[in-house]
Design a protein around this ligand. Structure first.
Ligand code: AVJ
Length: 323
C-alpha cells in the first residue's frame, strides 16, 4: 500500500471543496446541471467498469479491439525512453496493451481523481513491469496540473482513451487539446479514443441498458452528494433519462425529478418541479473528419486514425505542432 503524502492529503481536501462548490453552483443554476467528472467516486468507478461489460455499451469493446489489432503500429510512434501520460487512467486495462507492445516506454504517468483506483492500479503495474517507472498523479486533468519532475527531460506521449473527450463541449475539447499540447511539448504524440457518430438506436441503447446499470451510475451522483455533502436526495424520486440529439451529435444524460420536491444539500434548500431535470452528462460523438478538424484547430496534426471493423469507434494519433 502506498503512503499518502501530506501533499496528496491537501489535494484531496481541495478537491472536496471543489465538489461542494460545483454542486451548489450546478443545483442553483437554471437549467440544473452537475459535472460528469463527479460520477467517479469508488462506487461510480465500479459501476462504470460494469457498464463497459454491458452488451449494449460498445465503446470499450470496440476500442479494445482497435488496440489489440493496432498496438504495434501505435507503439512505433513512441520515442525510446519516453514517458506515457494517461489522462483519466481509471483501470489500466488499455494502457497495458500499449505497454506490452512498447518496451521503449520508460515511465508511465497515470493522472486520475480516483485516488483508490490510482494506487491499486499503480501497485499492480509495478509488479508486472518492474523496469517501468510508475509515477501516479492525483489530479483533475480538466484543470492545470504538473508532471512529475522525474519525467521533465523525457519525450512525452499522451494517452486519452475511452472517448472521455466527448464529455467536453467542442470548444472545451479544443482548449483541453491545446493545454495538453503545451504540457506535453512540441513534437509530442497523443493517442486519443473518440466515439463515432452512428445510428441513433445503437447510441440510445448504449446509454439505456436493459440491466439498469447506467441508471444506477447516473443516480450514484445523488447518492455521492448524500454521502459526502450531507444531502437528502431520495433516489427513488429521480429517474434516469438518456437520449441522442442528432443535431448536436451528443448523448445527453439527465436525472428527472419524478415529483415536485425540496432537497437539502450542504444546508441549502433546492426546489424541483415535477419533471425538472438535472443535466448530468453530454457525450459528444464525432466523425473521423470532424475530430481531425477539431485537433488541427488546437495545434495538433493528425497522423493516423483507426476504427474497429464496424466503424463504431476510433483511435487517432496526433502530433503537436504548437498552438
Ligand atoms: C467515460 C465519458 C466515455 O460518455 O460513454 C457511460 C461515460 N456515461 N455511460 C461515455 C458514460 C454513461 C462515458 N465516458
Amino acid at each position: 500500500m502506498a503512503v499518502q503524502t501530506p501533499a496528496a492529503v491537501l489535494d484531496a481536501a481541495a478537491a472536496d471543496s471543489a465538489f461542494l462548490r460545483d454542486v451548489v453552483a450546478g443545483l442553483t443554476a437554471r437549467p440544473k446541471r452537475l459535472p460528469p467528472k463527479y460520477f467517479y467516486d469508488e462506487t461510480g468507478a465500479r459501476l462504470f467498469e460494469a457498464i463497459t461489460a454491458l452488451p449494449e455499451y460498445y465503446p470499450t469493446r470496440c476500442e479494445l479491439a482497435i488496440l489489440r489489432e493496432r498496438a504495434p503500429e501505435i507503439a512505433r510512434l513512441f520515442p525510446a525512453g519516453s514517458a506515457l501520460v494517461e489522462f483519466g487512467s481509471g483501470s489500466s486495462r488499455k494502457v497495458r496493451m500499449l505497454l506490452a507492445a512498447a518496451p521503449a516506454i520508460a515511465a508511465y504517468v497515470p493522472v486520475d481523481i480516483s485516488f483508490e483506483m490510482l494506487m491499486k492500479e499503480a501497485d499492480a503495474l509495478r509488479r508486472d513491469h518492474p523496469r517501468l517507472a510508475v509515477l501516479p498523479v492525483e489530479a483533475d486533468f480538466t484543470r492545470p496540473f504538473s508532471l512529475p519532475a522525474a519525467v521533465a527531460g523525457a519525450a512525452h506521449v499522451g494517452f486519452f482513451p475511452g472517448s472521455t473527450i466527448g464529455n467536453f463541449e467542442p470548444h472545451e475539447a479544443a482548449a483541453f487539446l491545446r493545454h495538453a499540447g503545451a504540457m506535453l511539448g512540441r513534437g509530442a504524440a497523443l493517442i486519443i479514443g473518440v466515439d463515432l457518430v452512428k445510428d441513433a438506436g445503437v447510441l440510445d441503447a448504449a446509454y439505456n441498458d436493459a440491466a439498469g446499470v447506467t441508471a444506477e451510475f447516473n443516480l450514484n451522483l445523488l447518492a455521492r452528494i448524500n454521502r459526502e455533502l450531507g444531502g437528502d436526495f431520495e433516489l427513488a424520486s429521480f429517474a434516469h433519462r438518456a437520449f441522442y440529439d442528432g443535431a448536436r451529435r451528443r448523448i445527453e444524460m439527465h436525472l428527472v425529478s419524478r415529483k415536485r420536491q425540496q432537497v437539502r444539500v450542504a444546508g441549502r434548500a433546492i426546489e424541483f418541479y415535477a419533471g425538472e431535470t438535472i443535466h448530468t452528462e453530454n457525450s459528444y460523438k464525432y466523425t473521423l473528419e470532424s475530430f481531425a478538424a477539431l485537433a488541427r484547430g488546437a495545434g495538433w496534426s493528425p497522423v493516423a486514425a483507426w476504427t474497429d471493423a464496424g466503424a463504431n469507434f476510433s483511435i487517432h494519433a496526433l502530433v503537436f505542432e504548437g498552438a
